[in-house]
Design a protein around this ligand. Structure first.
Ligand SMILES: Nc1nc2c(ncn2[C@@H]2O[C@H](COP(=O)(O)OP(=O)(O)OP(=O)(O)O)[C@@H](O)[C@H]2O)c(=O)[nH]1
Ligand SMILES: [Mg+2]
Length: 452
């Protein structure tokens, strides 16, 4: 439990109809009650909303007309006493109230500190806390569902079940160590432990397989449109975004800088960047743009490499084909409405498009769906492990279990096997936040916005 009471503005700063200032901690009700003209907040029932005014006690003046929610521990977001002040939106009023609270006993919360308290007070586990952040960042309904399932504890349940199965293995080993006469260790290892460990490994593998989709749902896919000047990259961005996002002209070298946008294919958020056409150039600005294009290519998870149907392949094209080879990519032969001059026989696995026709969008979208298996993603009840931290831990746990199998096969003493299995159990616990250190926690929660 914490002794101090924290406060932060929980709504986005800016002109809005209302702003919410939230306090959490032992003194939150008392602090607000001293600054509130209306019912005595110390005596009101828990989980009530109370009308009144916030006053500035020094000047004895009214600051704002407000609604104050009083929520006593433990059934609150942080499991502490929580007060929320709904005041009129507006940067000045909101900041003024915050300032008065800060001079009357509350401390400014750090980013994510409310959620951190919820976690440290045992109200939610770490995967749920992380889901709060995902929820805020969700860009499509599907990514929202993934976050909600996480918040709901579906991810935790999945990990808890795995942990229990691992514990079963540990328990069997312990029994054998305590009562060696009871069972033959080698026989038990082969007949009970090995199949069970294999079972857990294959469950982890399945979760990791799903995780690929989960990660995509959560983070989307970074796509870069690459090609030499004038092939139709910006036209492609515009048609995918269904708006005139980038300037398109017949002049080669129109796009000078990276242009970004988000699109949504089958509920998956895709971040696409249009880039400057890549070519040798003496123009300083264009040259910087070209450098950025190369960087965008390197950072992208998926590359849309655009070529011109109406021209023979150039050295530049060949170079781009080469440097994008190791990437997940789609080769797009554009301007298919014009006469074909490109040597198609030198290319394989391409699609043909023309930006004069909207149908090209469907062709490209279908291709992306196929590559990432986005056709039948179900987010409603599926618990996706999507967080890189979780994925890394799952892989570690899997490795420990594989070590255990190897030890069994080498017929090493059973307590050596136990060390590996226990490692797996601990690692899974770290996903839930059961064995994590302060440094990790601070790092995780600092990614939250203020007031969460
Ligand atoms: N006929 C035809 N013209 C196209 C097609 N796609 C783009 N264009 C035209 O080609 C020219 C260049 O298009 P952009 O989209 O600006 O090309 P870009 O690759 O972004 O060019 P840079 O920004 O200079 O690298 C414009 O005049 C477009 O209207 C197509 O499929 N068919
Ligand atoms: Mg362009």
């Amino acid at each position: 439990m914490f002794n101090d009471t924290i406060v932060a503005i929980s709504t986005a700063l800016g002109e809005g109809a209302i702003s919410i200032i939230r306090l959490s901690g032992n003194d939150s009700i008392e602090i607000v009650s001293k600054l509130f003209k209306g019912k005595n907040l110390i005596e009101v029932n828990s989980h009530t909303i109370n009308y009144g005014h916030i006053i500035n006690p020094e000047e004895n003046s009214i600051v704002d007309e407000v609604l104050v929610s009083v929520m006593r521990a433990p059934k609150t977001f942080t499991a502490e006493d929580v007060v929320e002040i709904n005041c009129h939106g507006g940067i000045f009023v909101t900041n003024k109230i915050l300032e008065i609270l800060l001079t009357h006993g509350a401390r400014l919360a750090e980013p994510g500190e409310f959620t951190k308290r919820a976690f440290l007070n045992g109200r939610i586990d770490l995967t749920q806390a992380e889901s709060v952040m995902d929820l805020i960042n969700a860009k499509t309904e599907e990514s929202l569902n993934v976050a909600l399932n996480g918040l709901d504890g579906k991810v935790s349940q999945l990990i808890k079940n795995l942990r229990e199965e691992v514990l079963f293995v540990v328990a069997n080993i312990e029994v054998n160590i305590d009562y060696p006469e009871y069972d033959d260790a080698i026989k038990m290892s082969n007949e009970i432990l090995k199949p069970k460990i294999f079972e857990v490994i294959s469950k982890i593998e399945k979760i990791l397989e799903y995780a690929k989709t989960g990660k995509i749902l959560r983070e989307g896919i970074k796509i870069a449109i690459i090609g030499r000047p004038n092939v139709g990259k910006s036209s492609l961005l515009n048609i995918l975004m269904r708006e005139e996002r980038a300037i398109v002209t017949e002049i080669a070298g129109t796009t000078r800088d990276i242009i970004e946008g988000y699109i949504n294919i089958g509920g998956i958020p895709l971040k696409i960047v249009d880039t400057a056409g890549i070519r040798e150039t003496n123009d300083i600005i264009e040259a910087i743009g070209v450098k950025r294009s190369i960087k965008a290519l390197e950072e992208a998870e998926l590359v849309l490499l655009v070529l011109n149907n109406n021209e023979k392949l150039t050295e530049s094209d060949k170079n781009l084909l080469k440097i994008s080879e190791s990437k997940q990519r789609i080769i797009i032969i554009n301007k298919s409405d014009l006469e074909t001059k490109i040597e198609k026989e030198l290319l394989k696995n391409y699609i043909e498009t023309t930006m004069l026709d909207d149908k090209s969008v469907d062709v490209i979208e279908k291709k992306i769906k196929d590559i990432y298996n986005l056709g039948d993603i179900k987010t409603k009840d599926q618990a996706y492990i999507s967080n890189s931290r979780h994925i890394a831990k799952l892989k570690l746990a899997k490795r420990s279990l594989e070590d255990a199998i190897e030890s069994i096969e080498l017929e090493v003493p059973i307590d050596m096997v136990e060390i590996d299995v226990k490692d797996a159990w601990m690692t899974l616990g770290e996903i839930l936040g059961e064995e994590v250190g302060d440094a990790l926690l601070n790092e995780l929660f600092s990614k939250f916005c203020l007031g969460k």
